[in-house]
Design a protein around this ligand. Structure first.
Ligand SMILES: [Mn+2]
Length: 311
């Protein structure tokens, strides 16, 4: 598969690399790491994300300014990174070959070449293996992007899929020049007061259900407005609920506008979040998944999840 992918890349003149909507460190870091490695092939490469502006949190990643929210009219190959389905790219794609690099359990195998590793803690680990197998070089800049993606997507080496291989790749990326303390500090120690104030509202909203095994929390549009925090400021709040000793499933619902809300799910042990998310046209991993719903349906959905989930 790696060989087929690099052959297809070699044959193409211009390539669009697509990352997912509401970008996280894995999709951004994988895209930039791949870009930096492929740059030596002297192809025309476009980097795309739907966001108007990428979160400041990622401003330490090399080449971040190359990511645009528009694409040229023509390019002859698409590469997606960390996208479980094509809709996640936010791009309407017709009749172009696609290479799909991803680690989501719910990946729909939409590519012509699908390189999926469900057991990997990040998509950037797949990009690392691809670069190594394609005889491309991993520069310190590339290593920084791939390491940041790996550290962030694995919850800094905490989540379920972290294993020997995760550390092997992390170790190699450090040898190639990634600096773990610096990257951790860039990602985790630059919070705004607005974010901490929003966190306070998140914590206040917590309700425990089913013998305190399910944590439900909510933030409204108004909560974001009055604190001045952004949607991405609340990206990791769902983990706070999950950190409670008794909680096995943390459900965080946040309004993204006056009509729609996002459900973010995190679980411990064998509770499968992705199967819940799939019921509502979402997706994800077994311990981390999400979906979008109408605000008016929130209560019904919560009731339904409480009824269905077995703990
Ligand atoms: Mn990922």
């Amino acid at each position: 598969m790696f060989k087929k992918a690099i052959d297809l890349i070699q044959k193409s003149n211009s390539i669009a690399i697509l990352s997912h909507v509401n970008p996280d460190a894995d999709t951004i870091g994988s895209m930039l790491g791949l870009y930096i490695a492929l740059k030596t092939l002297k192809k025309k490469i476009y980097l795309f994300n739907t966001a108007d502006k990428i979160d400041k949190k990622y401003d330490f990643l090399p080449m971040l300014s190359k990511i645009k929210n528009s694409l040229p009219d023509r390019y002859d190959l698409i590469i997606t990174v960390d996208c479980a389905n094509l809709e996640r790219t936010g791009v309407n794609i017709k009749n172009l070959p696609i290479i799909n690099f991803d680690h989501h359990k719910t990946n729909t195998l939409f590519g012509d070449i699908n390189i999926i590793r469900e057991n990997f803690a990040s998509t950037s680990m797949i990009i690392y293996e691809f670069i190594q197998n394609s005889n491309l070089r991993i520069s310190p800049e590339c290593a920084t992007c791939l390491y940041a993606a790996l550290a962030d997507d694995s919850g800094f080496f905490q989540y379920k899929r972290v294993d020997k291989k995760t550390f092997e790749i992390a170790k190699n990326l450090v040898e190639y020049g990634a600096k773990p303390p610096k990257i951790a500090s860039f990602l985790n120690q630059r919070n705004s007061l607005a974010k901490i104030r929003l966190m306070q509202l998140y914590i206040n909203s917590i309700e425990l259900k089913k013998d305190a095994m399910i944590c439900i929390s909510k933030l409204t549009v108004e909560d974001y407005e009055k604190t001045g925090a952004t949607l991405s400021d609340s990206d990791t709040f769902v983990q706070i609920g999950l950190s409670l000793a008794t909680v096995k499933l943390s459900i965080f619902i946040y309004e993204i506008n006056s009509e729609k809300a996002k459900f973010s799910l995190r679980s411990k042990d064998n509770i499968d979040c992705s199967s819940i998310a799939l019921l509502y046209k979402g997706g994800g991993h077994s311990n981390a998944a999400g979906f979008t719903a109408n605000i008016k349906d929130i209560d019904d959905i919560i009731e339904n999840i409480l009824k269905k989930v077995s703990l």
